[in-house]
Each structure stands twice: as C-alpha cells, then as structure tokens.
Ligand binder design. Structure first.
Ligand code: ADP
Length: 482
C-alpha cells in the first residue's frame, strides 16, 4: 500500500528523496507495529519548500478565482473516489474506527468542495467616502506563503480545512503534518498533484517538528502560520513568529463543558454526550471534557449513560464492529490513567470503566470508556484537557452557578447545552465564554461555519467565508478624483 513516495518530501511539484537514512517510522497505534517509514527532513528542506512556494505565489495568486476553484473541485472529486482507501489509512495511522475515518475523509473532501465554491466569490467592498473628491475600494488579496502545521487527531480533515481556504484565497503553502500521521498528508498531496496542482503551490515536509517549525517561523517569506495543536506549542509559535510579525491562525486546546438542564430530552442528551465524549476516543479538542447535570435528573441520566456505554466495543479500528480504538500512544494513555487516578484518590466514584484495557494482539494504548461521578473542582480532570475516554460528572442546582463553573477555565473553544427550553438555550449560550456553543448539538464543525476558540483556545476561524478571510489581507485603494 505504501510505495516509495513515502520516503520522499514533495517540493516544487516533485517527490524528492532526501537521504535514505533520514527516515521516521510510522506506527499503527492499534497494534503498536510499524506501518512504514517516511522522510525525516529538517531546516534545509523546509527552506527549499518555502522558496518553491514563494516562487509559485505570483502565478497562483494571479489566477482567477474560477481557475483555483476548478482545481479544488477536481481534488474534491478525486478524494471522494478514494474515500475507502483513504479512510483505511487514517485508521491505520491514527487508530479511530473505520466508520469515523470514513466520516473524516468525506468531511475533508467537503472542505475542498466548499472552498472550490468560495474561491470565485471573493468579494471586495466599495466604501462611500465622506469627501466628494474620493472613492474608496477594499480589495481582498492573499497574504502570501502559508506554513500549515497539523495535528494527528484528524490526519485528513485538518489539512483540507487549512489548505482549501488558503489555496482558494490564492496563497501557496508548506505543509508539515504530525509525525504520528504523515501518510494521510502524503495521500492528499498525491491527490492534489493528480488534480493538476501547479508546481510549488503546496509543498510537503515531514520530519523534525522543531527544525521545520523554526524555519517556518523565522523565514520572513512565510507570511502566515496556520496551526492546530496544543496550547503550549501555539504559545511558542506566537513568540517565535513575533520577529517578522506574521499572521497567525491558531486552533488550540479545549476543555468543553456540557450542561444538562432538567428539561432536556434525557435520552437524546445521553446519546449526544456519549457521541461527543467518545468520538475519536476522546481525542478531539471539542470533546465534552466535563459534564454538569442538574441534580434533579442526575441519577436517571447516569443510568442512561451507563446503559448506552455498555454497548461500545473496543478493538482494532479496522474491524467493522469497533466503536472505540486505541489512544494515540503510551504517553496519551498514561495521561488518561493519571487523571482517573487523581480523581479517584480525591473521592470520585467510578460509575463505569476506569482501567486500562488489554487484548491479545492489540497494543497497550487502550483505556476503558469511563464515567466518574462525585467529581470535585480540585481534581485535575476538571481543569486540564484529558484527551481521552473519561467523562467526569458534577451536579448543579442553579443556572448562574453552572455558567460560572463552565466559564472557569483558560480555554474557550466549545461548550454544549442540553435543553428543550428556548429561553434557557438563548440565555445560557450568550453567557458562555466560548467560540462555539452547541445546543442539543455536539458536532458543530462544518465547512460552512466558523470554527474557532477564544481565550487560550486560539485565534481566528476555520470554515465558512470567515475561514478564507484568515488568508487574505484587505487592501484599501483610495482614489482622489477631479
Ligand atoms: P500534541 O501534543 O497533540 O501532539 P502538538 O501541539 O505537540 O500536539 O502537535 C501539533 C503539531 O505541532 C504537530 O504537527 C507537531 O509536530 C507540531 N509541533 C510540535 N512542536 C512544534 C514546534 N516546536 N514547532 C512547530 N511545530 C511543532
């Protein structure tokens, strides 16, 4: 399945082998076994990739929106033709169940389609001047070369979510995928090449994150960094990009609260909470990380959760019946175990799960889906992003109190409320300090809507016309007329 391309990086329209010995192994987290190895590039190759992107920029940015749209639409069609194969690759390198991987790849293709449509609708503005002797026009123009740094939890869709709007806007790019999941990135580049992408428009560099990152940040020809990953690395990128005052678009960590009000449709809310919590095994930045349930319904609600959770099957994501795959690696598993241990030590009650999970032939990176009750504010799990399959539950009695608790975090990405009462839905969603609020909805990410956090969850938006705005400068052209 993985041919010689995987030892190469993609610069200026061709696959280049850098050095036979400079490779990095990619593992299947379900089994812990190696899949293949990819090129391990560094600073020199990154500068070559940046130079190629810079050279391609005038050509690409001067194309009409319609021409860029045609390319993106072709890439969308090619991606759809290969959904099953691409999904298998996502599952193999990332671990999520095949069903989720299929959804991810289809979603990734949807970003190509959406921005194929947006590419030709890149409108400017005509401003009425306060002076008769002036006319003013605002023209959107692409920022230039973009450095895109992507994470392992969505190896396919995080790439198209960044590159599709960048390319639609007229930018060129250097892509650095996560070392855990470079194969989906390689496949996307192959699709772009088959769709007729001109040389240099997107370049792919796999390898040394620090060295590649440093080059993207310090080379002044890169005008914007678009990043999804941890808040710690996001802060580092902000600091390093200050020297050249680069634009930044950052999707960072989250600590999503879910709030179940007494009038919620409990059956619906229970299945939504579990879908949100256990999607990708808890490894998404918008997974519910803390659940607040009104004291009058908590015992019924916990029973419903326990009933539904019992149906979830752990296993290798490539097997059809698997609902929950492995965590990405040993370190992720240890973090989850530490959060659970810390909670239990401080008095939490295990309602379900709570242990690491083992099965012959599978890796050590599995953890049982877990529900904890009697959770208190002094537990780590109530302050840090767990990024795993653990649902801690607290009760509440008062709306103002629960809003304050939900907002008591440095993060501000997504929050969820479950209620059938429109006044509660509007009142509470307006008061939650989050970039995204899902009301009876736990899948708020879509190509047409702006996705992004506030506070330490990030800067800027991805998706919608807002996502394309990130990649454009607004130039004022002011005419003095006679
Ligand atoms: P996680 O802890 O979930 O892996 P990270 O923020 O470490 O999240 O990683 C997200 C992406 O950022 C990955 O592609 C990773 O290789 C990259 N990355 C990590 N450290 C740096 C760095 N110093 N400079 C640039 N990119 C980095």
């Amino acid at each position: 399945m993985f041919n010689a391309y995987t030892k190469s990086i993609f610069i200026n329209g061709s696959w280049q082998e850098i050095n036979e010995n400079a490779t990095e192994t990619v593992y299947n987290p379900a089994t812990g076994s190696p899949i293949t190895s990819v090129a391990y590039a560094g600073a020199k190759e990154t500068d070559q990739a940046i130079a190629a992107a810079l050279q391609a920029f005038p050509m690409w940015s001067e194309k009409t929106g319609r021409e860029r749209s045609t390319f993106l639409y072709k890439a969308y069609q090619l991606m759809l033709e290969e959904v099953e194969r691409l999904a298998e690759i996502v599952t193999m390198e990332q671990g999520k169940p095949l069903r989720e991987a299929m959804d991810e790849v289809k979603g990734a293709a949807q970003f190509l389609l959406w921005y194929a449509e947006e590419a030709s609708r890149n409108y400017g503005e005509w401003l009425p001047s306060s002076l008769k002797s002036k006319r003013m026009v605002v023209v959107p123009q692409p920022v230039g070369v973009v450095g895109a740094i992507t994470p392992w939890n969505f190896p396919s869709s995080m790439i198209t979510r960044k590159l599709a709007p960048a390319l639609a806007a007229g930018c060129t790019a250097v892509l650095k995928p996560a070392p855990e999941t470079p194969l989906s990135a390689i496949e996307i580049i192959k699709i772009f090449a088959r769709a007729g992408m001109p040389n240099g428009v997107v370049n792919l560099v796999t390898g040394d994150a620090q060295a590649i990152g440093h080059q993207l940040l310090t080379n002044k020809d890169v005008r914007l960094i678009t990043f999804t990953g941890s808040t710690a690395v996001g802060k580092h990128l902000m600091r390093e990009s200050a020297e050249h005052v680069k634009k930044l678009s950052l999707e960072l960590g989250g600590h999503a609260p879910g709030i179940v009000f007494p009038d919620a449709d409990l059956n619906k809310a229970a299945s939504l909470v579990l879908a949100s919590k256990f999607r990708n095994n808890g490894q998404t930045c918008i997974c519910t990380n803390r659940l607040f349930v009104h004291e009058s319904v908590v015992s019924d609600f916990v029973q419903l959760l326990k009933h539904n959770i019992a149906n979830l099957k752990l296993g290798n994501g490539l097997e059809k019946e698997t609902d929950i795959g492995p965590l990405i690696n040993q370190q992720a598993c240890e973090k989850v175990a530490a959060h659970v241990h810390n909670a239990i030590e401080k008095g939490a009650v295990t309602e379900y799960g709570g242990q690491r999970w083992h099965q012959q032939g599978l890796s050590e990176y599995y953890f049982e889906p877990t529900i904890l009750s009697n959770v208190t504010d002094d537990m780590k799990i109530m302050h840090e992003e767990t990024f795993g399959p653990v649902l801690p539950i607290q009760t509440f009695s008062d709306e103002t109190e629960v809003i304050a608790k939900a907002n008591d975090t440095d993060y501000g990405l997504a929050a969820y409320i479950f209620t059938e009462n429109t006044s509660i839905a509007i009142r509470v969603s307006e008061k939650l300090d989050y970039g995204i609020v899902g009301v009876n909805d736990v899948f708020p990410a879509s190509p047409e809507a702006p996705f992004g956090g506030i506070k330490q969850s990030g800067l800027g938006k991805e998706g919608g016309h807002h996502g394309m705005d990130e990649f454009m400068e607004k130039k004022l052209i002011s005419f003095g007329i006679k």
